[in-house]
Structures are given as structure tokens and as C-alpha cells.
Design a protein around this ligand. Structure first.
Ligand SMILES: [Zn+2]
Length: 432
């Protein structure tokens, strides 16, 4: 059986659709990107346009069913008469002309152009929930489907075997198709289930439950973790501990301890900018730190790491990336040689987040956390492993950093990461 070409096979207003797709990136309300994170998410604008143009036949094609031409003509005439205010400047002149002379749409190329204008305007985020756009697009989808052999009353099925963040199936539902989405990644499958099934089915009830149980998890976590984030004497609460892996300088006769830090900036935003300054203790050949507040680029030196190699702040010798990796490997990925540097904290008085240097108390708190983890692992309270225990994926360094820190051997020897953590824990130190 021969089919007519679809609109997408003859033309698509790509420039206008792209402009809507670009603008959509800054939408921060009501967009699925605000609901969940996914990489390389396709713009909804582009998906919407492409799906419409794939489901609707080209009216100028000889094989286009007459019923589709008829309904498309009626719809575009209706838009010309009633909905001019909903159309963009780019489309308006065409539709104004149609409103003055309905016969224009007897020209099938003109009908095609009107449909493409409609698709370009429908790609606009602001129009994605406008009833007139939804009704017209769903009607055209349905007529095209049945006219091209679809069972009456059924809907066309849009199949996306690599649905990822779900932009394509979501838009398929919007324009009146059914959607089948799948993905190899179970996270993507869950995201699609939520967006395509649970939200339409449960609506507000789902939002309420998520809020309720999110709050419950937050309270439980706060209760359990409070002892590892004890308040400072001034009432501020630590919220993050910043560590650095440490290696020994291999420069001749040096042996200084180098904290590995690519950058000394802690925060780099306007007035709140904060950085670390290295303070050399020449006796112990150790680096201490100071915090510089309101730092400018001139105050802040470069870090101690460049492309994986370490530059000694004492003698200037560069310990090669290979040697750094060797040292870290011997130190179990740096786990047994990590140093706590700074603490980020919430200050309830000023309402600001700031930094302070790590103290002995913080180091003790970290040791306490390691102890607790050890006890919990021994007690085997959970069926699930308390530490990651999957094998390390042997991807290149640029994708997976674990092998760089010595976990490659675990993979080679087929040792699960759990063993790595176990060794690190026995050694009383785990990097965070
Ligand atoms: Zn040195």
C-alpha cells in the first residue's frame, strides 16, 4: 500500500521552531525539566513540532486522503476567522489573507503552508496548553490516523525505544497520540512512568504524597545525621566537609605533603567570593590554610594540580600524573591519605552560607562517622549493601575517574568496591 508523504518529508519551519526551543531552556515553571534531571533532554518545542509533522500527511501530496484535506481546510479557516489573536506575527499575514478569501486554501500548497505556520506557532511554550491549539492538533492527528487506515476510535501509537527524559512521549500524548516509551536505563524508565502514567492518573494527590514523604525522609535523615554535623559554638550548622587527597612530593630531597587541589576557590560569586590561601610550614613541610573572604582573582593563586600532575608549593617540582596515580593507588585511591580542609556552613544569624577551616573537632566527627559505618556494616542491619558494591565500569578515564584513583585493579582482580571500602574503613579513613 502506498502512503502519502508526511509534512515533515516536504518542509518544516526549522528556524522558528529552533527559536522556541532555545527560549524554552529558560522556562523554570511547569516544565518537566523542573521535575527531574536528565541529560541531553530534547526541547519539547522541537518534539511537538516533529511529532505533528510526522503524524499529519502533506495535503499537497497526491495520495493525501481527501478527508484530511477537508478537515485541515476547515480548521485553518476557523483559525483565520476566530483565532488570529493566538497566532504570531510570522503567521498572521497568511491567515488574514485566508480570512478575507477562504478560496485561498483550495490551493493545496497554501494549505500546507498554513499547517506549517500552525505547527511553528504551536511549538511556542506559551501555546503548549492553550485549548485551541490542543483541540486542533488532536483533531488533525485523529483524522490523519483514521484516514490512513487506523482503526476508528483508536489513536496512533508513537514509539520511543530510547525515551530518556521523556520529551517525545510527553509531546505525543499532548497532540493526541498514544505513547510507548522504553529505555535501557532504569532511571529513565522511572521518570517516564511518573511523567506519562502517574501524574496524569494521580495529579494533586501524587504531589501531596511526594511532599509528605519527602518531608518524612528529611526528618529521618536529619535525626540520623545530626551527630555528624554538630553545630558550631556560634550556632551555625556544618553542611559539607571539603577534603583533599594528599600525595608526597617526589622532587629531589623534598618529600613535602601536597594537598591535591585543582583550584583554591571555595566560592566565586561576587561579594560572597571566598578562597583558600596556602600557608607554608617549612619545618614540617606541610601546607596549612587560611581563608580569604571577598577575594578577587588577584588574591587567589592557582591550585596544586594540573592535568593530573601535582606541583609542589615548596620546591616547585612537578610530580607526574603517572606517579600521582601510583601514589594514590597505593593509598587506596587516596582514601588513606585524605585531609579535611574546610567546612561549609549555614549561619542562621546572617542567613548566609560561609566557610571556615576544618578543626580537630571536625576530624573527630569524621572518625566517628567511619566508626558508625563500620558498626552498621558488621551489624548487617539492611539487606542492601551500605556502601557501593557494584563492579567498577572499565570506561576510559575521561568518562570514569575511579580507575584513575587506583580502583582499576579492583576491577581487574574482580574485587567488588565493597572490599575497597572495607580496607579503607579498617584503615580508619574514608574519603567523602
Ligand atoms: Zn617539593
Amino acid at each position: 500500500m502506498k502512503y502519502p508523504k508526511r509534512l515533515i518529508e516536504v518542509d518544516l519551519p526549522i528556524k522558528r521552531i529552533s527559536a522556541h526551543a532555545r527560549r524554552e531552556k529558560s522556562i523554570r515553571h511547569g516544565h518537566i525539566s523542573t521535575l527531574h534531571i536528565w541529560w541531553a533532554r530534547r526541547p519539547l518545542a522541537a518534539c511537538r513540532a516533529v511529532i505533528c509533522a510526522s503524524l499529519w500527511p502533506d495535503p499537497a501530496d497526491d495520495l493525501c486522503p481527501d478527508i484530511f484535506r477537508k478537515v485541515a481546510r476547515e480548521q485553518m479557516t476557523r483559525w483565520a476567522k476566530n483565532n488570529l489573536h493566538l497566532l504570531s506575527e510570522d503567521s498572521r499575514s497568511r491567515f488574514v489573507a485566508i480570512s478575507k478569501d477562504e478560496q485561498k486554501l483550495d490551493d493545496l500548497l497554501e494549505l500546507r503552508a498554513a499547517l506549517l505556520d500552525f505547527i511553528a506557532d504551536f511549538a511556542n511554550w506559551d501555546n503548549s496548553t492553550v485549548p485551541e491549539y490542543l483541540e486542533t492538533s488532536r483533531l488533525l492527528t485523529q483524522v490523519a490516523h483514521e484516514a490512513l487506515g487506523g482503526e476508528p476510535g483508536s489513536r496512533p501509537l508513537v514509539v520511543d525505544p530510547f525515551a530518556g527524559g521523556g520529551a517525545i512521549p510527553l509531546e505525543a500524548l499532548r497532540v493526541g497520540a498514544d505513547a510507548f516509551a522504553s529505555d535501557l536505563n532504569p532511571v529513565a524508565v522511572l521518570l517516564n512512568k511518573v511523567v506519562l502514567e502517574y501524574i496524569p492518573k494521580y495529579g494533586q494527590k501524587l504531589a501531596d504524597e511526594v511532599r509528605k514523604w519527602g518531608q518524612w525522609i528529611k526528618e529521618q535523615a536529619e535525626k540520623e545525621l545530626a551527630e555528624f554535623y554538630p553545630k558550631d559554638p556560634d550556632g551555625a550548622t556544618p553542611i559539607a566537609y571539603l577534603w583533599a587527597r594528599v600525595i608526597q612530593c617526589e622532587g629531589p630531597g623534598c618529600g613535602a605533603e601536597i594537598p591535591m587541589m585543582r583550584s583554591l576557590w571555595l566560592a566565586k560569586k561576587g561579594k560572597k567570593s571566598t578562597a583558600l590561601r596556602l600557608v607554608h610550614d617549612h619545618d614540617s613541610k606541610k601546607i596549612n590554610f587560611e581563608i580569604i573572604k571577598n577575594s578577587t582573582a588577584n588574591d587567589v593563586l592557582t591550585g596544586t594540580v594540573a592535568r593530573g600532575s601535582a606541583i609542589c608549593p615548596f620546591c616547585g617540582f612537578t610530580t607526574s600524573a603517572k606517579s600521582v596515580q601510583e601514589q594514590l593507588k597505593n593509598a587506596k585511591g587516596g582514601a588513606s591519605s585524605a585531609r579535611l580542609i574546610a567546612v561549609r556552613r549555614d549561619d542562621p544569624k546572617s542567613g548566609e552560607r560561609g566557610f571556615r577551616l576544618a578543626t580537630d573537632v571536625d576530624v573527630q566527627v569524621a572518625a566517628g562517622a567511619i566508626q558508625k559505618l563500620k558498626i552498621n556494616i558488621q551489624a548487617k542491619k539492611s539487606e542492601l549493601s551500605l556502601v557501593p558494591d557494584e563492579k567498577v565500569n572499565p570506561l576510559p578515564h575521561s568518562v570514569n575517574r575511579l580507575p584513575m584513583y587506583g580502583m582499576r585493579d579492583l576491577e581487574k582482580n574482580n574485587l567488588p568496591i565493597k572490599e575497597y571500602y572495607k580496607k579503607a574503613i579498617d584503615n580508619q579513613s574514608v574519603t567523602c
